[in-house]
Design a protein around this ligand. Sequence first.
Ligand SMILES: [Zn+2]
Length: 401
Amino acid sequence: MADNEAAPELLERAPTQIFLGRVALQRDRLLAAGAAADRVADEIPAFGHVTRAALKAALRETDQALAELAERIDRRGLTDTRLERFAMLRTATDRVVGECFALAAGVLTRKAGLDGDACREADEFIAELASLINPSLARPTVPGEEEFLHRGVDVIRRRLPDNGVWDLAVMAHEFGHVLVAHHQRWDTTNDAKIDMQSMVEEGWAAYPRAPSEELFCDAFATFVLGPAYAAALVLHRLDPAEQTAPASSGTHPPDAARAVVVLEALGRLAVEETSETRVPLLHQYLTAAWASLQAQSPASLRLSDDDHLSLTMRTRRAHNDLARWLEPAQFHWPSMTIQEVRKHLEGQQPTAGSAPRATIREVLNAAWLSRVEAWQTNCGLAEGLETRAREAICRTAQRNE
Ligand SMILES: [Zn+2]
Protein backbone atom coordinates (compact mmCIF):
# COMPACT_ATOMS: atom_id res chain seq x y z
CA MET A 1 0.00 0.00 0.00
CA ALA A 2 2.88 2.34 0.82
CA ASP A 3 4.06 2.01 -2.80
CA ASN A 4 0.63 2.96 -4.08
CA GLU A 5 0.55 6.05 -1.92
CA ALA A 6 3.92 7.22 -3.19
CA ALA A 7 3.01 6.58 -6.82
CA PRO A 8 1.09 9.79 -7.64
CA GLU A 9 3.94 11.96 -6.41
CA LEU A 10 6.52 9.92 -8.32
CA LEU A 11 4.40 10.06 -11.45
CA GLU A 12 3.92 13.77 -11.12
CA ARG A 13 7.66 14.26 -11.20
CA ALA A 14 8.28 11.59 -13.87
CA PRO A 15 7.95 13.76 -17.05
CA THR A 16 10.36 16.29 -15.60
CA GLN A 17 12.89 13.57 -14.74
CA ILE A 18 12.52 11.94 -18.14
CA PHE A 19 13.14 15.19 -19.97
CA LEU A 20 16.02 16.16 -17.72
CA GLY A 21 17.53 12.81 -18.69
CA ARG A 22 16.96 13.53 -22.36
CA VAL A 23 18.59 16.94 -22.10
CA ALA A 24 21.60 15.31 -20.40
CA LEU A 25 21.88 12.79 -23.26
CA GLN A 26 22.02 15.61 -25.82
CA ARG A 27 24.72 17.35 -23.80
CA ASP A 28 26.75 14.11 -23.77
CA ARG A 29 26.59 14.01 -27.56
CA LEU A 30 27.90 17.57 -27.77
CA LEU A 31 30.77 16.62 -25.46
CA ALA A 32 31.69 13.63 -27.64
CA ALA A 33 31.56 15.78 -30.79
CA GLY A 34 33.84 18.36 -29.16
CA ALA A 35 36.34 15.64 -28.28
CA ALA A 36 36.30 14.38 -31.90
CA ALA A 37 36.86 17.91 -33.22
CA ASP A 38 39.80 18.38 -30.82
CA ARG A 39 41.38 15.12 -31.93
CA VAL A 40 41.44 16.09 -35.60
CA ALA A 41 41.96 19.85 -35.32
CA ASP A 42 45.74 19.46 -35.10
CA GLU A 43 45.99 17.11 -38.07
CA ILE A 44 45.67 19.88 -40.65
CA PRO A 45 46.98 23.25 -39.51
CA ALA A 46 44.62 25.35 -41.63
CA PHE A 47 41.66 23.30 -40.43
CA GLY A 48 42.63 23.75 -36.79
CA HIS A 49 43.32 27.43 -37.14
CA VAL A 50 40.14 28.59 -38.84
CA THR A 51 37.60 26.02 -37.80
CA ARG A 52 38.26 25.01 -34.24
CA ALA A 53 37.03 28.28 -32.74
CA ALA A 54 33.86 28.31 -34.86
CA LEU A 55 33.03 24.71 -33.96
CA LYS A 56 33.77 25.23 -30.29
CA ALA A 57 31.54 28.30 -30.18
CA ALA A 58 28.66 26.41 -31.82
CA LEU A 59 29.07 23.49 -29.40
CA ARG A 60 29.29 25.78 -26.40
CA GLU A 61 26.23 27.83 -27.34
CA THR A 62 24.10 24.75 -27.96
CA ASP A 63 25.26 23.22 -24.68
CA GLN A 64 24.52 26.41 -22.77
CA ALA A 65 21.01 26.59 -24.21
CA LEU A 66 20.40 22.98 -23.13
CA ALA A 67 21.75 23.69 -19.63
CA GLU A 68 19.43 26.69 -19.25
CA LEU A 69 16.47 24.65 -20.45
CA ALA A 70 17.31 21.89 -17.94
CA GLU A 71 17.35 24.41 -15.13
CA ARG A 72 13.96 25.81 -16.10
CA ILE A 73 12.44 22.33 -16.39
CA ASP A 74 13.92 21.32 -13.03
CA ARG A 75 12.61 24.38 -11.21
CA ARG A 76 9.26 24.94 -12.91
CA GLY A 77 8.39 21.68 -14.59
CA LEU A 78 7.48 20.86 -18.18
CA THR A 79 5.32 23.08 -20.33
CA ASP A 80 4.39 23.02 -24.01
CA THR A 81 6.85 25.83 -24.68
CA ARG A 82 9.68 23.94 -22.96
CA LEU A 83 8.88 20.78 -24.92
CA GLU A 84 9.02 22.80 -28.13
CA ARG A 85 12.29 24.37 -27.07
CA PHE A 86 13.73 20.92 -26.38
CA ALA A 87 12.72 19.71 -29.85
CA MET A 88 14.46 22.73 -31.36
CA LEU A 89 17.64 22.19 -29.38
CA ARG A 90 17.69 18.49 -30.22
CA THR A 91 17.67 19.45 -33.92
CA ALA A 92 20.41 22.03 -33.26
CA THR A 93 22.44 19.31 -31.51
CA ASP A 94 22.00 16.97 -34.51
CA ARG A 95 23.20 19.76 -36.74
CA VAL A 96 26.37 20.66 -34.86
CA VAL A 97 27.25 17.06 -33.96
CA GLY A 98 26.73 16.02 -37.58
CA GLU A 99 29.00 18.80 -38.79
CA CYS A 100 31.74 17.94 -36.26
CA PHE A 101 31.81 14.31 -37.35
CA ALA A 102 31.57 15.12 -41.06
CA LEU A 103 34.58 17.39 -40.69
CA ALA A 104 36.46 14.89 -38.54
CA ALA A 105 35.81 12.17 -41.12
CA GLY A 106 36.89 14.54 -43.90
CA VAL A 107 40.12 15.42 -42.14
CA LEU A 108 40.94 11.76 -41.52
CA THR A 109 40.13 10.89 -45.14
CA ARG A 110 42.61 13.54 -46.21
CA LYS A 111 45.20 12.36 -43.72
CA ALA A 112 44.92 8.78 -44.94
CA GLY A 113 45.47 10.01 -48.49
CA LEU A 114 42.14 8.64 -49.72
CA ASP A 115 41.48 11.89 -51.57
CA GLY A 116 44.64 11.37 -53.66
CA ASP A 117 45.90 14.81 -52.54
CA ALA A 118 42.94 16.54 -54.20
CA CYS A 119 42.23 18.63 -51.10
CA ARG A 120 45.84 19.77 -50.80
CA GLU A 121 45.66 20.96 -54.42
CA ALA A 122 42.39 22.73 -53.63
CA ASP A 123 43.95 24.37 -50.54
CA GLU A 124 46.84 25.63 -52.64
CA PHE A 125 44.57 26.92 -55.38
CA ILE A 126 42.35 28.73 -52.88
CA ALA A 127 45.42 30.20 -51.16
CA GLU A 128 46.65 31.44 -54.55
CA LEU A 129 43.31 33.16 -55.22
CA ALA A 130 43.18 34.59 -51.68
CA SER A 131 46.72 36.00 -52.07
CA LEU A 132 45.39 38.21 -54.89
CA ILE A 133 42.78 39.78 -52.61
CA ASN A 134 43.53 39.12 -48.96
CA PRO A 135 45.59 36.10 -47.83
CA SER A 136 43.59 35.75 -44.63
CA LEU A 137 40.58 34.73 -46.73
CA ALA A 138 42.18 31.35 -47.55
CA ARG A 139 40.04 28.50 -46.20
CA PRO A 140 40.81 24.79 -45.82
CA THR A 141 39.11 22.06 -47.80
CA VAL A 142 37.95 18.61 -46.79
CA PRO A 143 36.34 15.89 -48.91
CA GLY A 144 32.56 15.99 -49.16
CA GLU A 145 29.67 14.65 -51.18
CA GLU A 146 29.43 17.87 -53.17
CA GLU A 147 31.25 21.18 -53.37
CA PHE A 148 30.12 23.80 -50.89
CA LEU A 149 31.28 26.23 -48.25
CA HIS A 150 29.91 25.47 -44.80
CA ARG A 151 29.02 28.94 -43.53
CA GLY A 152 29.05 27.98 -39.87
CA VAL A 153 32.58 26.60 -39.76
CA ASP A 154 34.04 28.18 -42.88
CA VAL A 155 35.36 24.98 -44.40
CA ILE A 156 35.13 24.26 -48.12
CA ARG A 157 34.08 20.79 -49.25
CA ARG A 158 35.59 19.33 -52.39
CA ARG A 159 33.49 16.64 -54.05
CA LEU A 160 35.35 13.36 -54.11
CA PRO A 161 36.01 11.58 -56.21
CA ASP A 162 35.66 14.29 -58.81
CA ASN A 163 37.31 14.72 -62.18
CA GLY A 164 40.68 15.73 -60.78
CA VAL A 165 42.41 18.59 -62.45
CA TRP A 166 39.31 19.38 -64.56
CA ASP A 167 37.19 20.04 -61.48
CA LEU A 168 39.74 22.05 -59.53
CA ALA A 169 38.35 25.17 -61.27
CA VAL A 170 35.11 24.79 -59.30
CA MET A 171 36.99 25.72 -56.13
CA ALA A 172 37.13 29.29 -57.48
CA HIS A 173 33.32 29.39 -57.20
CA GLU A 174 33.50 28.17 -53.58
CA PHE A 175 36.07 30.85 -52.84
CA GLY A 176 33.48 33.34 -54.14
CA HIS A 177 31.22 32.27 -51.24
CA VAL A 178 34.08 33.03 -48.79
CA LEU A 179 34.37 36.48 -50.36
CA VAL A 180 30.64 37.14 -49.97
CA ALA A 181 30.81 36.10 -46.31
CA HIS A 182 33.98 37.93 -45.30
CA HIS A 183 35.45 40.41 -47.74
CA GLN A 184 35.02 44.10 -47.16
CA ARG A 185 36.23 46.95 -49.28
CA TRP A 186 36.81 50.53 -48.35
CA ASP A 187 34.52 53.04 -50.03
CA THR A 188 36.79 56.11 -49.91
CA THR A 189 34.08 58.52 -51.07
CA ASN A 190 31.95 57.81 -48.03
CA ASP A 191 34.79 56.54 -45.83
CA ALA A 192 32.79 53.39 -45.14
CA LYS A 193 33.38 49.66 -45.25
CA ILE A 194 31.23 47.91 -47.82
CA ASP A 195 30.97 44.15 -47.81
CA MET A 196 30.55 41.91 -50.82
CA GLN A 197 27.03 40.99 -49.72
CA SER A 198 25.95 44.07 -51.66
CA MET A 199 26.96 42.27 -54.88
CA VAL A 200 24.39 39.62 -54.01
CA GLU A 201 21.63 41.50 -52.25
CA GLU A 202 21.09 43.82 -55.16
CA GLY A 203 19.77 40.69 -56.86
CA TRP A 204 20.47 38.87 -60.11
CA ALA A 205 17.56 39.12 -62.56
CA ALA A 206 14.50 38.25 -60.45
CA TYR A 207 16.27 35.52 -58.45
CA PRO A 208 16.00 35.39 -54.66
CA ARG A 209 19.08 35.75 -52.51
CA ALA A 210 20.43 32.16 -52.53
CA PRO A 211 20.44 31.70 -56.33
CA SER A 212 21.73 35.26 -56.71
CA GLU A 213 24.74 34.33 -54.60
CA GLU A 214 25.39 31.28 -56.80
CA LEU A 215 25.31 33.48 -59.90
CA PHE A 216 27.65 36.02 -58.32
CA CYS A 217 30.09 33.21 -57.46
CA ASP A 218 29.99 32.04 -61.10
CA ALA A 219 30.73 35.57 -62.32
CA PHE A 220 33.53 35.93 -59.78
CA ALA A 221 35.07 32.53 -60.62
CA THR A 222 35.14 33.47 -64.31
CA PHE A 223 36.62 36.89 -63.50
CA VAL A 224 39.43 35.36 -61.46
CA LEU A 225 40.12 32.20 -63.47
CA GLY A 226 39.01 33.03 -67.02
CA PRO A 227 38.33 30.34 -69.65
CA ALA A 228 39.24 27.41 -67.38
CA TYR A 229 36.18 28.03 -65.18
CA ALA A 230 33.79 28.71 -68.06
CA ALA A 231 35.01 25.56 -69.83
CA ALA A 232 34.63 23.39 -66.72
CA LEU A 233 31.04 24.53 -66.35
CA VAL A 234 29.89 24.55 -69.96
CA LEU A 235 31.71 21.43 -71.15
CA HIS A 236 31.47 19.26 -68.04
CA ARG A 237 28.89 20.46 -65.57
CA LEU A 238 25.86 22.35 -66.84
CA ASP A 239 22.87 20.36 -67.95
CA PRO A 240 21.22 21.75 -71.12
CA ALA A 241 18.10 19.68 -70.45
CA GLU A 242 17.51 20.97 -66.91
CA GLN A 243 14.05 22.41 -66.21
CA THR A 244 14.08 26.18 -66.25
CA ALA A 245 11.85 27.37 -63.43
CA PRO A 246 10.73 31.01 -63.37
CA ALA A 247 13.42 33.27 -61.95
CA SER A 248 11.41 34.16 -58.86
CA SER A 249 11.16 30.57 -57.58
CA GLY A 250 13.62 27.97 -56.35
CA THR A 251 16.73 28.12 -54.20
CA HIS A 252 19.17 27.30 -57.01
CA PRO A 253 19.57 29.07 -60.30
CA PRO A 254 18.81 26.93 -63.35
CA ASP A 255 21.86 25.76 -65.28
CA ALA A 256 20.74 27.84 -68.27
CA ALA A 257 21.07 30.98 -66.11
CA ARG A 258 24.53 29.93 -64.92
CA ALA A 259 25.59 29.44 -68.54
CA VAL A 260 24.45 32.96 -69.46
CA VAL A 261 26.45 34.39 -66.55
CA VAL A 262 29.72 32.53 -67.15
CA LEU A 263 29.64 33.13 -70.89
CA GLU A 264 28.93 36.83 -70.47
CA ALA A 265 31.60 37.13 -67.76
CA LEU A 266 34.08 35.44 -70.09
CA GLY A 267 32.92 37.73 -72.91
CA ARG A 268 33.83 40.73 -70.71
CA LEU A 269 37.34 39.33 -70.25
CA ALA A 270 37.57 38.60 -73.99
CA VAL A 271 36.87 42.19 -75.07
CA GLU A 272 39.72 43.37 -72.86
CA GLU A 273 42.20 40.88 -74.31
CA THR A 274 44.22 41.44 -77.48
CA SER A 275 43.37 39.22 -80.40
CA GLU A 276 46.62 37.23 -79.99
CA THR A 277 45.40 35.68 -76.76
CA ARG A 278 43.07 32.71 -76.88
CA VAL A 279 40.35 34.21 -74.69
CA PRO A 280 38.15 35.58 -77.53
CA LEU A 281 38.38 32.30 -79.42
CA LEU A 282 37.63 30.20 -76.35
CA HIS A 283 34.69 32.46 -75.58
CA GLN A 284 33.34 31.97 -79.09
CA TYR A 285 33.80 28.23 -78.91
CA LEU A 286 32.15 27.84 -75.51
CA THR A 287 29.23 30.08 -76.52
CA ALA A 288 28.67 28.03 -79.66
CA ALA A 289 29.08 24.78 -77.71
CA TRP A 290 26.39 25.75 -75.18
CA ALA A 291 24.04 26.94 -77.95
CA SER A 292 24.46 23.61 -79.73
CA LEU A 293 23.79 21.69 -76.50
CA GLN A 294 20.65 23.72 -75.85
CA ALA A 295 19.51 23.19 -79.43
CA GLN A 296 19.14 19.50 -78.51
CA SER A 297 16.52 20.27 -75.86
CA PRO A 298 13.02 21.72 -76.24
CA ALA A 299 12.62 25.50 -76.34
CA SER A 300 10.63 25.31 -73.10
CA LEU A 301 13.88 24.48 -71.28
CA ARG A 302 15.54 27.73 -72.30
CA LEU A 303 15.53 31.01 -70.41
CA SER A 304 13.00 33.67 -71.37
CA ASP A 305 14.41 36.56 -73.41
CA ASP A 306 13.76 38.90 -70.50
CA ASP A 307 15.69 36.75 -68.03
CA HIS A 308 18.49 36.33 -70.55
CA LEU A 309 18.82 40.07 -71.09
CA SER A 310 18.51 40.90 -67.43
CA LEU A 311 21.25 38.39 -66.49
CA THR A 312 23.53 39.65 -69.24
CA MET A 313 23.24 43.24 -68.05
CA ARG A 314 23.67 42.20 -64.40
CA THR A 315 26.81 40.23 -65.25
CA ARG A 316 28.28 43.22 -67.09
CA ARG A 317 27.73 45.44 -64.09
CA ALA A 318 29.22 42.82 -61.79
CA HIS A 319 32.27 42.54 -64.03
CA ASN A 320 32.77 46.31 -63.95
CA ASP A 321 32.45 46.36 -60.15
CA LEU A 322 34.86 43.43 -59.75
CA ALA A 323 37.34 45.04 -62.15
CA ARG A 324 37.22 48.20 -60.03
CA TRP A 325 37.29 46.62 -56.59
CA LEU A 326 39.38 43.50 -57.13
CA GLU A 327 41.54 44.63 -60.01
CA PRO A 328 44.66 42.60 -59.06
CA ALA A 329 42.58 39.41 -59.10
CA GLN A 330 41.33 39.74 -62.68
CA PHE A 331 42.62 37.00 -64.94
CA HIS A 332 44.72 38.10 -67.89
CA TRP A 333 45.92 35.55 -70.40
CA PRO A 334 49.72 35.46 -70.39
CA SER A 335 50.24 34.09 -73.91
CA MET A 336 53.92 33.19 -73.58
CA THR A 337 53.61 31.39 -70.24
CA ILE A 338 50.48 29.50 -71.23
CA GLN A 339 52.11 28.45 -74.49
CA GLU A 340 55.15 27.11 -72.61
CA VAL A 341 53.05 25.40 -69.95
CA ARG A 342 50.86 23.82 -72.56
CA LYS A 343 53.85 22.41 -74.43
CA HIS A 344 55.15 21.00 -71.20
CA LEU A 345 51.78 19.48 -70.25
CA GLU A 346 51.54 17.86 -73.66
CA GLY A 347 54.94 16.26 -73.12
CA GLN A 348 56.77 18.32 -75.69
CA GLN A 349 59.58 19.10 -73.27
CA PRO A 350 61.76 16.21 -72.26
CA THR A 351 62.46 16.70 -68.55
CA ALA A 352 60.61 17.97 -65.56
CA GLY A 353 63.61 20.22 -64.85
CA SER A 354 62.67 22.41 -67.77
CA ALA A 355 59.09 22.89 -66.53
CA PRO A 356 58.13 26.54 -66.76
CA ARG A 357 57.22 28.50 -63.66
CA ALA A 358 53.51 29.08 -63.60
CA THR A 359 50.66 29.80 -61.25
CA ILE A 360 47.87 27.27 -60.72
CA ARG A 361 45.54 29.55 -62.70
CA GLU A 362 47.94 29.38 -65.64
CA VAL A 363 48.32 25.61 -65.40
CA LEU A 364 44.53 25.13 -65.39
CA ASN A 365 44.04 27.40 -68.39
CA ALA A 366 46.85 25.70 -70.33
CA ALA A 367 45.34 22.29 -69.54
CA TRP A 368 41.85 23.38 -70.60
CA LEU A 369 43.17 24.97 -73.79
CA SER A 370 44.76 21.67 -74.65
CA ARG A 371 41.55 19.78 -73.85
CA VAL A 372 39.31 22.10 -75.85
CA GLU A 373 41.59 21.92 -78.87
CA ALA A 374 41.81 18.15 -78.59
CA TRP A 375 38.02 18.03 -78.81
CA GLN A 376 37.86 20.52 -81.63
CA THR A 377 40.35 18.60 -83.71
CA ASN A 378 39.02 15.26 -82.54
CA CYS A 379 42.50 13.92 -81.91
CA GLY A 380 42.36 13.04 -78.23
CA LEU A 381 44.07 14.43 -75.18
CA ALA A 382 47.88 14.20 -75.01
CA GLU A 383 48.79 11.16 -72.94
CA GLY A 384 49.92 11.99 -69.42
CA LEU A 385 48.54 15.52 -69.56
CA GLU A 386 46.52 15.22 -66.37
CA THR A 387 49.47 13.77 -64.45
CA ARG A 388 51.80 16.50 -65.65
CA ALA A 389 49.20 19.16 -64.81
CA ARG A 390 48.95 17.84 -61.26
CA GLU A 391 52.74 17.75 -60.96
CA ALA A 392 52.88 21.36 -62.16
CA ILE A 393 50.29 22.34 -59.53
CA CYS A 394 52.32 20.54 -56.88
CA ARG A 395 55.51 22.40 -57.93
CA THR A 396 53.67 25.72 -57.71
CA ALA A 397 52.56 24.81 -54.23
CA GLN A 398 56.11 23.86 -53.17
CA ARG A 399 57.46 27.19 -54.46
CA ASN A 400 54.92 29.02 -52.34
CA GLU A 401 55.83 27.20 -49.14
ZN1 LIG B 1 27.84 27.82 -54.75
